[in-house]
Design a protein around this ligand. Structure first.
Ligand SMILES: [Fe+2]
Length: 203
């Protein structure tokens, strides 16, 4: 049985490990975006059907690769060195919506162990609230939510470098680049202020 000390394994969340991950998915999906966009220009819009048709398949997989690239970009960007802290603004909002940073982390960690794809701390532009979300697939999500902190929990993100998913999530949480997350929150709140009048909040 292979152990965590194997010399063939990259160290978890090291540059080498993250580069391997990048080559495996977002790089491939970036190429697929271009391919699907080219096919969409020529796609048959006359012979369409909700069970199967070319246009439907292309659009479905377009959302899949587009979200994969966007989520991966956010994920790689929010990983840094240990020791980073949320801004006072972010900390205060986390406390408001989760009780404390520890309670938020407890829920985020638990979601990371039961999700099949992604865990996201998101800011909802409809009501200005912070919530944790998870997705089993790149295409799931809530339309009005801007991702602040993104964690990839697909097996490809950790199996080559960690013994367990729990070890991976624990290390990720120590390496969150909170400056980036806090900056995303500031931008999201600015957008929230400017669009409040455009959307009627019903839930
Ligand atoms: Fe990934």
């Amino acid at each position: 049985m292979e152990t965590g000390g194997s010399t063939n394994k990259p160290s978890g969340l090291s540059r080498e490990h993250l580069e391997e991950h990048y080559k495996l998915y977002p790089a491939v999906h970036k190429a697929k975006i271009k391919e699907i966009e080219a096919r969409l220009i020529r796609a048959d819009t006359a012979c369409v059907d909700p069970t199967y048709c070319t246009l439907r398949s292309l659009k479905k997989e377009y959302a899949y690769v587009l979200n994969s690239v966007r989520l991966h970009d956010l994920y790689f960007e929010n990983i840094g060195e240990p020791g980073s802290r949320p801004s006072p603004e972010l900390q205060s909002l986390i406390e408001q919506f989760f009780g404390s940073v520890q309670e938020w982390e407890k829920q985020f960690f638990a979601l990371a162990l039961c999700a099949r794809g992604w865990v996201v701390l998101g800011f909802d532009l409809r009501d200005g609230k912070l919530r944790n979300y998870f997705t089993d697939d790149h295409t799931e999500g809530v339309w009005s939510v801007l991702p602040l902190l993104v964690l990839d929990v697909y097996e490809h993100a950790y199996c080559t470098a960690f013994q367990t998913r729990s070890d991976y999530v624990e290390k990720f949480l120590k390496r969150v680049l909170w400056e980036i997350v806090s900056r995303r929150l500031r931008a999201a709140r600015e957008v929230f202020k400017s669009i409040q009048r455009c959307f009627r909040v019903s839930s």
